[in-house]
Design a protein around this ligand. Sequence first.
Ligand code: ADP
Ligand code: ASP
Ligand code: MG
Length: 453
Amino acid sequence: MSIPVLKFGGTSVGSPERMEEVARLIDDGQTKIVVLSAVSGTTNKLLDLGETIRVQQIESASIKLNALREEYRAFVETLLAGSHLIEQGYSICKSIFDEMERLLWVNSFAAGHEKWILAQGELISTKLFQLYLETLSMRSVLLPALNFMRIDEHDEPDLEWIGERLQQELAPYNKQHGVYFITQGYICRNAQGEVDNLKRGGSDYSATLIGAALKSSEIQIWTDIDGIHNNDPRVVQNTRPIRQVSYREAAELAYFGAKILHPTCVIPAEERQVPIRLKNTFKPKEHGTLISEESSGLAVTAIAAKDGITAIRIQSGRMLHAYGFLRRVFEVFERHRTPIDMITTSEVSVSLTIDQSSQLKQIVAELEKFSEVNVDRDQSIICIVGDLLAEHTEVTRHIFEALENVPLRMVSYGGSQNNISLLVARDQRDTALRSLHQHLFTKPTAGDALLMA
Ligand code: ADP
Ligand code: ASP
Ligand code: MG
């Protein structure tokens, strides 16, 4: 079944007016699956609420909960103004917030309760949106993500299972045309069947998993910007949208910090060859970015940065002329289920980076049994993505010129044909991004001539 999937992020459903716009955007009479995030800001508030309950600050939690109740009451009042369904809107919110309120008083408030709270953002937004579509007489069906979205014991989505369950959910409507299926992004069940989530920004991942599982014609991700820009627009001025990128390039940019996409959301789309189109809900006519087999054709496509990186240098005299040393090192990380992002080696030492530091203490203790270990926290990876970087020797020259005054902790080059990664201290990150942008995208000498492959 080749149903397109359209995902709308937090800002795209961030107010009643934005939801009305989403209804207009999807209303072309064609069956589609619409994946929604929580209203922007809600997930942060729910996260905060859960933490407040966990530390037993019940009074403060109660104030926060009531503020959210009020916020949603006002939301419903505007979204469903004048409709006979308004009472239904109020009662959707009431039952969710009443249930949350009960959690203020449970004796053993657990991680599972916090995850349940987090899931309510997407549950409210989808229920309210679907009700709104009813007021417009748009034929819509709520597909509960908790019935089909599942991660396994390693927190990996189970694509086969997701596909089978989705087909079952859709089967009753097989012969109907023009049905808008509305479902929640972000939320899922885990291997124990509990309510869980696909990590922050996970609605993108929900959309690509659904699109891949159903082998959709296209996955559209609608957000508040006109596609992937060539640098982080929150840090650098005069960034530009990229018209097309390959799955590989997009996957690298997402993984290495381009916030517009969830870090691993490109993988299922690439696996099943379903193109992803990024679009701007504020400017729907703009081209946006198409992610498919076709690369950008540019020597340098884009730059991204990922924070919160820990660098570990492992030195050992025994590494000299020894084999098996790297295996021992990697086994330590494998035992602690900690992925390594960057790696560089010399004859006597190896430096690598991780972004999950929950097991750091144990990892260092094990490494210290056979080597000397130095740890640098609060680093950032800067990732430069492009096509056939190696053939463009001037690219590397411009990179090093741009970073003349930025101390580089690590450089990783040649691991793939389309990625150069650099490690800098977090407080050097913005300077590095801006200077690289200037040298790679705006300098007359390094300008468009350099950009064309
Ligand atoms: P949504 O709520 O729709 O999922 P996000 O806030 O997660 O939206 O992602 C969109 C934001 O990503 C943009 O507003 C922009 O500030 C940020 N961003 C960071 N890097 C990039 C990039 N390279 N291209 C485009 N946007 C980026
Ligand atoms: N609401 C979730 C978050 O804020 C998921 C998403 O928006 O993609 O992280
Ligand atoms: Mg997002």
